[in-house]
Write a protein that binds this ligand. Structure first.
Ligand code: CU
Length: 118
């Protein structure tokens, strides 16, 4: 690779990074979580500490709950509609989310893990 190509490549890659930064600045990252008897999909979600994240919650069968006690989140997930909740995790670690609306045998095991990374 000659010097000119190398410089062109540098410009292209910094432009690409700029696009990524702009996209992040536009709003919270969105993570879709689907509820069904008796699981959340995905059941593990990784986010970055200090970055706002919006959970887009849907249910494919019945009303479920979405509770994330460490972040003060408690909301119903109603079929055929999107429920959005935004948090900005300011602490790193592993936190639970779970269904808090009794939805049948298996309800007790309906949960997932939010991993907040530094
Ligand atoms: Cu449930």
């Amino acid at each position: 690779m000659n010097r000119r190509h190398f410089i062109a490549l540098l410009i292209v890659s910094s432009a690409a990074e700029g696009v990524v930064c702009l996209a992040k600045a536009a709003g919270p990252n969105e993570i879709s979580i689907q509820a069904s008897k008796f699981e959340f999909t995905p059941d593990t979600v990784k986010v970055k500490r200090g970055q706002p994240v919006t959970f887009v919650l849907t249910s494919i069968d019945r009303i479920h709950g979405f509770k994330m006690p460490d972040f003060g989140v408690r909301i119903d997930i109603v079929p055929d509609q999107e429920t959005r909740v935004t948090i900005t995790p300011e602490k790193a670690g592993t936190f639970a989310y779970f269904c808090d609306v009794f939805c049948g045998d298996g309800h007790e095991d309906m949960g997932g893990t939010l991993v907040v990374e530094d």
